[in-house]
Design a protein around this ligand. Structure first.
Ligand code: ZN
Length: 471
């Protein structure tokens, strides 16, 4: 039995997760995610994604985020015809994400061609993959529910455990049994947090792993925990009812939007806030919400008690509306307050939220509520920093709208939470922790923290370097 490991993405960075286990000469791929960053860098890195399709015995998807599933269509385009194992919910979310990515690329190609023609330049850019490739990737996905171990190769067993990150997210537990020997490898995927709405906590009742491949996004940060999301949402909503204003919430289409809908539904049900019209104005979020509705097997006890046991749909109630057409979206400009609009994208760089911001940013009765990570140099970050002069669609606006922030929504464990999770596992056999999916600074801090708290075996994974799992 000979097992080695290497990473061709999310090594000393946070996107493009692609990890490979070599087991007796056969390759098992864990995630095939896209690198996300500036257009030119992303294009270069994703085109040279490093995975040779014909060398893969089987592939595994931990969850449906683009940086974990986004290059599976490239893998199948390259000729891979084997299985891609995923939970049923991850398969559905990944399908939506991969199709959306193909669609964006097709539109980019048209736009870039026009730009090049205007400048009289030659144009030879082609999309990485098309909708056809995305559909092919989806057709190769095999749904495996949590805690249903299956053999995915000779002597190689896979079992998914709850990761508590997004709907369907899983840790991949791989057990290799050969020649009377056994090796157990746990790939955390993106590790979530306890007490997130809708989904269950990261599982701790796992067999004792020999090796853990662990994400480290927040290796140097602690989340704000004293921030009660429900209370703050209620306070903002009440104020908005009073001044007949509107709340604009830029949010990612998957998970964050459904969490917000779920919280508002609870607040209305408990009579804490009155019924205010809530519009989810994002076709992607609308589609994603449908996926949430058909996967109650991923729900935690709380949502089951509050809704399912009463035959109620947590993602549908009287005052909640989903808009799909552009006309419906535009009509919201004239909708009288009070009103709540949840729209993408989460960092206000594109999408319908930019139109709602342009329309409402000058109104003192509007509140812009930020609920997620805002990268540097994005409009979302400038809003969160409460800047008053803001450029939207190339035009300057004076902000008179209020800005509020809720930080309780993060989907990744911070270093303390990740260590608590480790402490709850049976680590009696643990030989190595390999840190992936983190910026170098966060990883260095996390490695040190782990060493100081009983885990001296943590190492930072370097791109392309091979790690031996045979000791
Ligand atoms: Zn993720």
């Amino acid at each position: 039995m000979n097992i080695t490991f290497y990473s061709l993405g999310a090594a000393e960075e946070v996107t493009g997760s692609r990890h490979v286990l070599e087991i007796d000469g056969k390759s098992y791929l864990v995630d095939c995610g896209a690198f996300q960053g500036s257009r030119a860098e992303a294009d270069r890195k994703n085109r040279n994604f490093g995975i040779e399709s014909d060398h893969i015995e089987a592939a595994i998807l931990t969850h449906g985020h683009l940086d974990h599933c986004g290059l599976f269509p490239l893998l199948t385009k390259g000729g891979y015809r084997g299985n891609i194992y995923a939970t049923p919910a991850s398969r559905d979310i990944a399908s939506l994400i991969m199709m959306d990515s193909a669609n964006i690329q097709a539109h980019d190609a048209i736009y870039l061609r026009k730009q090049a023609q205007k400048r009289g330049e030659k144009f030879d850019w082609t999309p990485l993959y098309t909708e056809k490739d995305a559909i092919q990737a989806t057709s190769q996905m095999v749904g495996i529910s949590y805690n249903r171990p299956v053999f995915i190769g000779d002597g190689v067993n896979l079992e998914f455990f709850d990761a508590g990150h997004i709907l369907g997210s899983a840790m991949a537990f791989i057990t290799v049994k050969k020649d009377g020997k056994e090796c157990r490898i746990l790939c955390s995927g993106d590790l979530g947090r306890n007490d997130k709405p809708i989904i269950r906590n990261p599982d701790t009742k796992l067999p004792a792993p020999d090796y853990i491949v662990l994400e480290s996004t927040y290796g140097d940060r602690r989340h704000d925990n004293n921030d009660d999301a429900m209370e703050k949402l209620a306070a903002i909503a009440k104020q908005t009812v009073k001044n007949k204003g509107r709340i604009l919430i830029p949010a990612f289409a998957i998970e964050r939007t459904q969490e917000l809908v779920y919280y508002f539904h609870m607040l209305v049900d408990e009579g804490i806030i009155p019924e205010i019209p809530i519009y989810v104005d994002s076709p992607m979020a609308t589609n994603a919400t449908t996926i949430f509705q058909v996967h109650p097997e991923c729900y935690d006890e709380e949502i089951k008690k509050a809704f399912i046991e009463h035959h109620k749909n947590p993602f549908g109630f009287n005052s909640l509306h989903f808009t799909t057409s552009v006309d419906e979206s535009k009509a919201l400009n004239d909708h009288p307050g009070p009103l709540i609009i949840i729209s993408a994208d989460g960092m206000c760089e594109a999408g319908r939220i930019t139109h709602h911001l342009a329309n409402g940013i000058g109104d003192p009765n509007t509140t812009i509520l930020t609920v997620g990570y805002m990268a540097q140099n994005t409009l979302g970050r400038r809003i969160r920093n409460k800047e008053t002069d803001l450029k939207i669609h190339g035009q300057w606006f004076k902000r008179r709208a209020a800005v509020e922030e809720i930080n309780a929504f993060s989907a990744h464990a911070d270093y303390f939470e990740a260590t608590e999770w480790l402490n709850a596992l049976d680590t009696s056999h643990l030989k190595k922790i390999l840190l992936v999916h983190g910026e170098p600074k966060a990883q260095a801090a996390f490695k040190k923290y782990l060493a100081d708290h009983g885990y001296p075996q943590a190492e930072i994974v370097h791109y392309g370097k091979t790690y031996d799992f045979n000791e």
